[in-house]
Each structure stands twice: as C-alpha cells, then as structure tokens.
Ligand binder design. Structure first.
Ligand SMILES: *Cc1c(COP(=O)(O)O)cnc(C)c1O
Length: 339
C-alpha cells in the first residue's frame, strides 16, 4: 500500500494525538483506556470526515468540479466538515439533510452542525425522514449539470473506497504511534455508521498484519446489515489500495446493542457516558455517535469482556458540535437571570 499514489489535499491536522485516560482507567478498574483524538483533526472543529475529505476533495478538484453535494441527517457532522472543506477550497456546497427524528427541537433543526453548515456558506435543504436521499443527490447533480455547474457527489458519510483511504491512513498512523510509544494495542473500538471508518481501519490493520482487532459499536442498523455494509466497503477499499484479499468476513465485527430507539435518538447510557467523560477527563463526546460508542465500550468493560492490563484504544471520531443540537435532551439545568 502506497497512499501517496492517490490525489490528496491537506485539510487535517495530523497526526492526531494518542492519549492515555488515567481517570477513566482508574474509575473502571479494568483495562487501560487510551483515546485516539480524531476529534482534533482541526477543520470545522474536527472529526473523522476530514480524513476522508482529504481524498474526496482532491478527486473532486481533479475532476474539475466547482460544486460538491452531499447528504446526511440534520445534525450531520459529515455535512459540517464538507461545508468547511468546500469553503476553504472555494467551491459551492449543497447539503441535503434528512430529518430522521420525530418531533425535532429548534436546536436540532437550526443549531449545532446546521448553524455551522450555513455559516460556512453551504446551501441546506431539509427532507422528510424516509426520503431516498441517494436519489435526491443524483437528481440535484443532474439539475446542477443542466444549469452548467460541475457537481461532485460525495456519498453520505463520505463512505466509498476513496473516502475510506483516510482511515487506511489513520490505521498506519496509529500503528506508527503505538510502535513509537511501545504500546501494544489489544483492541481498537469506535462508533460505526456509514462504514467508511471501520472499512478503512480494518483494511489498513489487516494489510499490515498488525493483529489489532477492530470493534465497531453500531449507531444505526442491526448487526448483520451493518457488518455486511462494512465488509463490502472493506473489500472494495482493499482492492482499491492494491491489498485485495487481506480482509475476511470474520474481521468485521459490529456490536449494535447500544443503538436504542434509532439513529440519533438519545439513550440513557449515551447521556451517562457523555457526562462521565466530560467530568472525568474534560473530553467532549457526542449524542449520535461517540456517546453511544462509549456507552457500549463502558458496558462491555463493566461486564468483564476486556481484561485488566489489556490496552484499549477508543477512536474519538468527533461530533461534539452536535451537543448543541441536543441541549434539551442532555438533562443539564438551564438558568435565567434573577430579576
Ligand atoms: C460519521 C461519524 C462516525 C461514523 O463513521 P462512519 O465512517 O460513518 O462509520 C462516528 N463518529 C462521528 C462523530 C461521526 O460524525
């Protein structure tokens, strides 16, 4: 694998830090917990989509695009990072947002990620839940082309083999850091959604024969379809980077027991996990992805799935901007001014 062969634009602050979490580790009295800080990728306040966008935006420019279009849920972190990348590169940005929450609050519809999408100058269009968003993307691309624009379509979450290269690269970066720190990684855990992060990580970690298992904590689908989606993208990614055959079906593991009522719907365990990490480590996790991923990791540790002395790395994929779309759900006291 030689990633320099692929077009790439620098957007992220890399390498992101690999840090030990002493207070969380002591609190749990189990394995040693480390965090890989992909919430610190820099662009648009950070997150995992920026690594993918380094390859996707380079492809867009190579194809002569003047407009990028993408889709996501209303509080999409991917949309926010895409809007920022487009602004930085002087491209137009069209964002299609699917409302996947019933009874959304005004914060959900207009603050957090949505506020930043608009601040970065992207055009946002809201669609009802259940819309075929990929068809909507294609329709808009056709319409823009007819008007003389040159659109580049980025799939939801930036998850295709080009975007997944960002996480092949992250796997190599993490391995280098662990080797330099003399840290043996026993488990790598992260929140998995549109699959590009896990597909890229598994491809990179398998192609290098690292022996590091990856556990995705699902935030959306049931286990079987989630694993299948990651597997198919990992096969395509491995072939794309010239490492065909390195990924087997059993390398793809997703635990989807922590989704709760559905994508983006808060759970008690997510809220508890977000508060715990804020108050023990001063770290911000998010309501949709990393909070549920953490809730899963904490529960598995408390159930004894991981041994004391083992080293777990939790990949922090970002998303804290989404907290401001969920202000009412977090159970934080609000105060007014006393008259
Ligand atoms: C998109 C996202 C994920 C999931 O990554 P995928 O590549 O879509 O599986 C995890 N965490 C955050 C904060 C995200 O925005």
């Amino acid at each position: 694998m030689h990633l320099a062969r692929f077009p790439r634009i620098k957007l992220a602050h890399l390498p992101t830090p690999l840090e030990f979490l002493p207070r969380l580790t002591e609190h749990l009295r189990g394995p040693n917990i480390y965090v890989k800080r992909d919430d610190c990728t820099g662009l648009a306040s950070g997150g995992n989509k920026t690594r993918k966008l380094e390859f996707l935006m380079a492809e867009a420019i190579e194809q002569g695009a003047d407009t990028v279009i993408t889709q996501g849920a209303v509080q999409s972190n991917h949309a926010r990072q895409t809007a920022a990348a487009a602004a930085k590169l002087g491209m137009n940005c069209e964002i299609l947002l699917e409302n996947r929450i019933s009874d959304p609050s005004d914060d959900y519809l207009n603050s957090g990620n949505v506020l930043l999408d608009r601040l970065y100058g992207a055009n946002t269009t809201h669609f009802p839940g259940g819309t075929d968003m990929n068809a909507a993307l294609d329709d808009l691309a056709r319409e823009l082309s007819q008007q003389g624009a040159k659109p580049y379509v980025i799939p939801g979450g930036g998850s295709n083999p080009t975007g997944a290269l960002g996480y092949v690269n992250c796997a190599l970066e993490l391995l280098q850091q662990a080797n330099d720190q003399q840290l043996t990684i026993d488990h790598l855990i992260h929140a998995t959604g549109s699959a590009g992060t896990q597909a890229g990580l598994v491809t990179g970690l398998k192609a290098t024969h690292s022996g590091i298992p990856v556990l995705g904590i699902g935030v959306n689908a049931a286990r079987e379809p989630q694993e299948q989606k990651v597997y198919e993208l990992a096969l395509a990614t491995a072939e794309f980077v010239g490492a065909a055959g390195c990924v087997a079906r059993e390398d793809i593991i997703a635990n989807c027991d922590y989704v709760g009522a559905g994508y983006g719907v808060p759970t008690e365990s997510m809220i508890a996990a977000v508060k715990l990490l804020a108050q023990l480590e001063g770290l911000l996790f998010d309501p949709v992805y990393t909070g549920k991923g953490l809730a899963g990791m904490l529960d598995l540790i408390r159930k004894g799935e991981f041994k004391a002395g083992e080293n777990i790395v939790f990949l922090h994929t970002g998303g804290s901007v989404g907290l401001f779309g969920y202000v009412g759900e977090l159970g934080i006291e609000r105060q007014g001014i006393e008259q």
